[in-house]
Design a protein. Structure first.
Length: 273
């Protein structure tokens, strides 16, 4: 008979985090003027996070009085407190967290290679995007900046692109999607150096997302679409091409235009360069 007592283990590890005096790591979290120190045990961080495993194996790691000193200036104390608790006890409650904190947690868990936590944060962020309309609209630029810059965010991208209220200039979404696909496939940024296998790789990574593009809004920018003919389904591309020459796009093949749009000079330089 096998017996597993997770709750007891979690309680013991929680005590180690909160009351232990045998820690050997001090993590300095500093985001702008918001700073906090966290005390931890290298063996637990090493076992739970590939990021820390690699960091603590570095011979150049900083020590002071036999204590590992570690700085993370790009994570907020609120978010790192969630992370360190997750690392120790293997659980997290996101129900009372703001959308901003969830998005920052997604970024941080991606960086720290915490796959399980990343998936949890991603699922919760999708839930917020779908249910909290006001937060989504208020933080749209922040969300798009984050999602289009980082890897492994296909589920969030899918959730964003399928929305009818995604108010972004028509060509910006296409440009960002192509750049995201190039990043994920590791392709050369110079498209003239691509071969057929490169285009196939891009087509594969974007196969679930391209059908969500509102091509009804894109035909005036045909010159930015045509270089990627091979990654677009034939029936869609043929109608884009025909409609470009006619100056009007049929609504038969494509998703309808999104309701209204906001001309964004903020998004362009951040995510479309």
């Amino acid at each position: 008979m096998n017996s597993i007592f997770h709750s007891g283990l979690a309680n013991s590890l929680s005590l180690m985090l909160n009351d232990s005096d045998d820690f050997n790591v001090i993590i300095h979290i500093c985001e702008n003027k918001n700073t906090k120190e966290f005390k931890a045990h290298s063996v637990i961080l090493w076992a739970r996070s590939p990021y820390f495993k690699s960091a603590f194996s570095n011979e150049w790691i900083t020590k002071k009085n036999n204590m590992i000193m570690f700085n993370k200036p790009n994570i907020t104390p609120i978010v790192f407190e969630m992370i360190i608790k997750y690392i120790y006890i293997g659980g997290i409650d996101l129900t009372k967290q703001t959308g901003d904190n969830i998005l920052e947690l997604l970024i941080a868990s991606d960086e720290l290679l915490l796959e399980e936590l990343f998936k949890c944060a991603q699922d919760f962020l999708i839930h917020i995007i779908e249910k909290q309309q006001n937060w989504f609209r208020k933080n749209f630029i922040f969300i798009v900046n984050t999602v289009f810059k980082l890897a492994d965010y296909e589920d969030v991208l899918y959730c964003l692109l399928k929305r009818d209220d995604l108010h972004v200039e028509k060509i910006v979404i296409w440009d960002c999607l192509i750049k995201w696909g190039i990043e994920q496939t590791g392709l050369n940024s110079n498209r003239t150096k691509w071969d057929n296998e490169d285009y196939e790789a891009l087509k594969k990574i974007l196969s679930q997302l391209i059908p969500l593009i509102r091509f009804i809004e894109l035909y005036p920018d045909f010159d930015k679409i045509s270089p990627y003919k091979t990654i677009i389904p034939n029936n869609i591309y043929e109608e884009i091409e025909e409609s470009y020459h006619k100056g009007a796009l049929s609504k038969n093949t494509f998703l309808s235009s999104r309701a209204g749009k906001i001309k964004s000079e903020i998004i362009k330089p951040k995510i479309a360069k």
